[in-house]
Design a protein around this ligand. Structure first.
Ligand SMILES: [Zn+2]
Length: 160
């Protein structure tokens, strides 16, 4: 049994772990991506030049005609200031992010409770994908692997 499997079992059994959902969007790559300077980023000028119906604004997500899929998950959530000396490495890794809001959360996960397997959130799109926890929506940022690929941690930023 891998360490990742063990971590998933611990999330499944832990009283500290709580239910949430992750909503992931799939869709068509926006044409603005191909014309942007590096071919990877949002191009606001393309959207200004293409206001016609059918030229949907991707709003930085780089995806249009999206479909949302929600997955039930379980993870440990806590207010970002509470880590203290318990998780100094994680807090250090958050320092370069800059502004941390007081209602931001730190998430350690992630168990897919529909399949009881690890939910890899590496490719999550911060611009449109989100975690719903206690009826609030959060944008997941700065995903990091826990050493040994045991699981992943995220800085969750409250959004509307
Ligand atoms: Zn676009």
């Amino acid at each position: 049994m891998s360490y990742q499997d063990r971590h998933m079992i611990s999330l499944s059994n832990s009283k500290l772990a709580e239910a949430a959902t992750v909503t992931i969007h799939t869709g068509t790559v926006c044409p603005c991506k191909a014309v942007s300077q590096d071919g990877l980023t949002y191009d606001a000028q393309w959207h200004r030049d293409n206001p016609a119906p059918g030229d949907e604004e991707c709003s930085g997500s780089l995806l249009i005609a999206t479909t949302a899929t929600a997955t039930n998950i379980k993870a440990v959530f806590y207010p970002i200031g509470m880590g203290g000396s318990v998780l100094p490495k994680n807090l250090e890794s958050l320092a370069p992010i800059g502004k941390i809001q007081k209602d931001d959360l730190f998430m350690i996960g992630t168990l897919n409770t529909d399949t009881n397997t690890f939910k890899d959130l590496s490719a999550i799109n911060e611009a449109i994908d989100y975690i719903t926890y206690r009826s609030n929506k959060y944008a997941p940022r700065d995903g990091q692997w826990i050493p040994g690929s045991v699981g992943q941690t995220f800085h969750l930023v409250r959004r509307n």
